[in-house]
Design a protein around this ligand. Sequence first.
Ligand code: MN
Length: 261
Amino acid sequence: MKTQKIAFLGLAFLTLFACRQKSNLEEVIQIPEPEAQETQSVYGNPAEVKAEKGKFKMRGLTYAYNALEPYMDGKTMEIHYSRHHLSYCNNLNKAIAGTDLEKWKLEEILKGSDPNNMAIRNNAGGYYNHNLYWEVMSPKAGGQPKDSLAAAINSDFGSYDAFKAQFVDAASKQFGSGWAWLVVNKAGKLVVGSTQNQDNPLMPDMPVSGTPILALDVWEHAYYLKYQSRRGEYISAFFNVVNWSVVEKKYLEAMKRVVKE
Ligand code: MN
C-alpha cells in the first residue's frame, strides 16, 4: 500500500513537471505578432539623435521610424538615420572644423569645395543626400504628382509612366552604391540620372547636373535587411512613400532659382 502511494505521488509529480516543462516550452517558442513590432516603442526616437558639436545638425524626421512600413521597415530606418546619417553629419562637421568651409552654406560646399577632398565630398554629399531622402518620403503618400510638377513631368518625359521607367532604370543600373535623382537642370528641364557613392548633382562634373528634387538611396544599407539583394522591389516600394507635394515644392523653388541665374 505504501509503495503504491509513493508510486502515485511520483507519477503525479512527473505529470506536473511535464506540464510545467510544456508550458515553459510554449512560452519560449511563442513568436510575437507582427503588430507588436510596429509600435513606436520598439524603435528609438529620431528626435533624440543629436550630432556632436559642429555647424550641421540632425534635423529629425517628420514621422516615426516604422511609419513607412511595410515599404521601408522600421529597423532599417532607425539604423539608417541614427547611425549612417549621423556619422555623415559628424564627419562633415569634423572635416570642416577650423576651415573657411565652416562659413559656407551646404549647397556652396557641394558646388564649390575641392572635389579631391574625399572627406568633404563624401560627408557633405552623405549629409545632404540623406536629408533630401527623408524629406521626400512620408506615410500615406505615393500616387502621382499633381499640378505644375505633373505638367512639367508630362512635358519633359512625355508621361508620368515614362518618367518612372527612366527613374527605375537609373536606380536599378547604378552599379554598387549610389543614388538615383530627379533634378531640375540649368535650362529648367527635369532630368533623371544617378551618381556614385555619396556624390550629388550639385557637385561639378557629375553624370547628372542640377538641383535635386527627388532622391533615392540605392546603397545596400537602405534596403538589405528587408529586401536583401532584391533592389528592384525596394525601388518599386519607394513609389508608395514618395510625398509628391514636397517634391513639387522643391520643383517650384528650383525653377525660381533657374529664372534668377
Ligand atoms: Mn544611406
